[in-house]
Design a protein around this ligand. Structure first.
Ligand code: PLP
Length: 292
C-alpha cells in the first residue's frame, strides 16, 4: 500500500498529490498549518492543535474547509490508512484557488485542504536527548502576527539554515530590545540559577506552542516555580538549563548557546523531568487511527 496524502477531498498516492498553481498558499503564503505528533498510536495534544487551528483560521478570515469533526475524521483516516503509530501529521489550509490577486477572492472560493503523514522511528535522536543540542541567536526579522501559525516561514527557513551551518539544531530569534522571542520552529525556555523555569508570555510576538502550554501545566503540577516573561540573551548565557519545545521534539535539552555551554554543559534535571512527564502523559491521549 503506497503512502497516501489527502488533497481537497481525495486520498492520493503521496507521489501524485498536487495542488493548483493558483492556490493562494503557493502564491501568497495565504494559509495556515498544524503539525501533530502521533506517539505510540496516540494523537499528542490533539485538542490544543485543533483549537489553535481554529484561531489561526479566524484571525486570517479563512473558513474551515470542512466542519471540524469531519477534519478530525479525515486526520484519523489518513493516519489509519498510512499505518502510522509513531510520526507526524501535517495539515495545511489555504484560502483556496483563485486568479492571482492580492485581495480575498470575491465570491469566496473553497479553502484548500492538504494533509500528509510521516512515519518516524522516534522523536529526536537519543544523542540529542542525552547530550543536548546547540542553538545560535539571530535577529528576529519576522512580521508581527507570529501568534498565527501561518505557512509564511521564510525567516525561519533562513534561520534554521544558519543554525545548521553553525553546527546547531535551532536558532533563537532576538528582538531589537535584546529579548529572545522563540526558536524558528520551537518555543524557548531557560531555568535560572534559582531553579525558576522561564518562558516568554504568549502574545503576538510568538507562536503559543501547544507543547509549551502542556509543559507549563506539567511544571506547575509538580510545583516548579515558573515565570512567564521575556528573557534576554545575557540571561540565557547565565542559565542553569535551557531547552526548546515543539510538537515534533517535545522538550529537547539545549547544552550550547552561541557556542557557550549552558550550566555544566549537560541536559538539565528539570528539562529531563519535563520531557519524561510529557511522554508519560501521552498514554492518556486519544488514539490516532480509526474511530475516535
Ligand atoms: N514557535 C514556532 C515559530 C513554531 O513554528 C513552532 C512549531 O512549529 C513552535 C513555536 C512550537 O509549537 P508547538 O509546540 O505547537 O509545535
Amino acid at each position: 500500500m503506497p503512502r497516501l496524502a489527502y488533497v481537497n477531498g481525495r486520498y492520493l498516492p503521496h507521489a501524485d498529490a498536487r495542488v493548483h498553481v493558483e492556490d493562494r498558499g503557493y502564491q501568497f503564503a495565504d494559509g495556515v498549518y498544524e503539525v501533530v505528533a502521533i506517539a505510540e498510536g496516540r494523537l499528542a495534544d490533539f485538542e490544543g492543535h485543533m483549537v489553535r487551528l481554529g484561531r489561526s483560521l479566524k484571525e486570517l478570515r479563512i473558513d474551515w474547509p470542512v466542519a471540524r469533526p469531519v477534519l478530525e475524521m479525515i486526520i484519523r483516516e489518513l493516519v489509519r490508512r498510512n499505518g502510522v503509530s509513531t510520526g507526524l501529521v501535517y495539515l495545511q489550509i489555504t484560502r483556496g484557488v483563485a486568479p492571482r490577486d492580492f485581495k480575498f477572492p470575491n465570491p469566496k472560493v473553497r479553502p484548500g485542504l492538504v494533509l500528509t503523514t510521516r512515519k518516524l522511528t522516534r522523536f529526536a535522536a537519543p544523542a540529542q536527548v542525552e547530550s543536548g543540542v546547540g542553538v545560535i541567536t539571530i535577529p528576529d526579522i519576522r512580521w508581527l502576527r507570529r501568534d498565527i501559525k501561518s505557512v509564511s516561514l521564510l525567516p525561519q527557513v533562513l534561520g534554521k539554515q544558519q543554525a545548521v551551518e553553525a553546527g546547531c539544531y535551532e536558532a533563537w530569534m532576538v528582538e531589537d530590545d535584546g529579548m529572545i522571542t522563540e526558536g524558528c520552529s520551537s518555543n524557548a525556555w531557560i531555568v535560572n540559577a534559582d531553579g525558576t523555569l522561564i518562558t516568554r508570555h504568549a502574545d503576538t510576538h510568538i507562536l503559543n506552542g501547544v507543547t509549551r502550554l502542556s509543559l507549563l501545566r506539567l511544571a506547575e503540577s509538580f510545583g516548579a516555580t515558573t515565570e512567564v516573561r521575556p528573557f534576554t540573551v545575557a540571561e540565557a548565557y547565565q542559565a542553569r538549563e535551557a531547552f526548546l519545545s515543539s510538537a515534533s521534539t517535545f522538550a529537547l535539552p539545549i547544552t550550547r548557546i552561541d557556542g557557550k555551554p549552558v550550566g555544566d554543559g549537560k541536559p538539565g534535571a528539570l528539562t529531563l523531568r519535563l520531557r519524561a512527564a510529557y511522554l508519560e502523559a501521552l498514554a492518556g491521549q486519544p488514539v490516532a487511527g480509526g474511530a475516535p
